[in-house]
Design a protein around this ligand. Structure first.
Ligand SMILES: NC(=O)c1ccc[n+]([C@@H]2O[C@H](COP(=O)([O-])OP(=O)(O)OC[C@H]3O[C@@H](n4cnc5c(N)ncnc54)[C@H](OP(=O)(O)O)[C@@H]3O)[C@@H](O)[C@H]2O)c1
Length: 173
């Protein structure tokens, strides 16, 4: 199964600022976010990211599968695509395949991306690098000791200041 990460970063690699306000994201990032979610119709996120997006900004409304990692088995959503799960990354990939998905996109946050990278399940990463430096904030990966080699597939200038880097995970990783 193809599992991509689509994530915005500062030019120094952080995914949120210390204010935790997403006012640094470009319109082009938002367009790409929607493009990947609608293309795959299978979206994976952590509960913290879900709490930021729900209910109005969840990308899938009625069709597809939105997987939300959480240990809270009482969690409920009015969005019919949402599946709350505390399963492992590999069990989530199996569940999506069983539902007929051959591709999925992880949209954040750091804990969720780290769990899937650690499990060796991520095939592609799209970094949307915004023109800003953060002195503090959240790194892309947390609690992960490994190093992962990447292969650059494409560099795309999205606007005057924003660049998208598409990498695949190197086979030897
Ligand atoms: N730059 C971007 O494109 C972008 C995109 C999305 C988010 N963000 C930022 O990322 C931050 C949130 O990231 P985060 O790392 O704190 O949270 P996250 O990955 O969104 O969610 C983490 C939560 O998911 C649940 N969880 C359950 N099992 C898990 C597992 N195996 N692995 C990981 N999580 C599991 C836990 O919630 P329970 O306590 O419910 O068990 C955990 O607290 C926010 O600041 C947000 O603004 C940035």
């Amino acid at each position: 199964m193809k599992i991509s990460i689509y994530i915005a970063t500062s030019a120094n690699g952080l995914i949120s600022n210390s204010r935790n306000v997403p006012d640094w994201l470009s319109q082009e990032y938002v367009q790409g976010f929607d493009f990947h979610c609608q293309r795959t119709k299978a979206v994976i996120m952590g509960k913290t990211t879900y709490n930021i997006l729900a209910p109005d900004y969840l990308p899938l409304k009625s069709e597809g599968t939105t997987v939300v990692l959480t240990s809270d088995m009482q969690a409920k959503s009015a969005n019919p695509t949402v599946v709350f799960t505390r399963h492992s990354a590999s069990a989530i990939a199996e569940m999506l395949q069983a539902k007929g998905h051959s591709e999925a996109v992880i949209i954040g946050g750091a804990a969720t991306m780290s769990a899937f990278i650690k499990a060796g399940l991520v095939t592609d990463i799209y970094f949307v690098m915004e023109p800003v430096l953060f002195g503090g904030g959240l790194p892309l990966l947390t609690n992960i000791e490994m190093e992962v080699k990447l292969e650059l597939k494409e560099v795309k200038k999205l606007n005057g200041n924003t660049v998208q880097l598409h990498y695949t995970i190197a086979k030897s990783s």
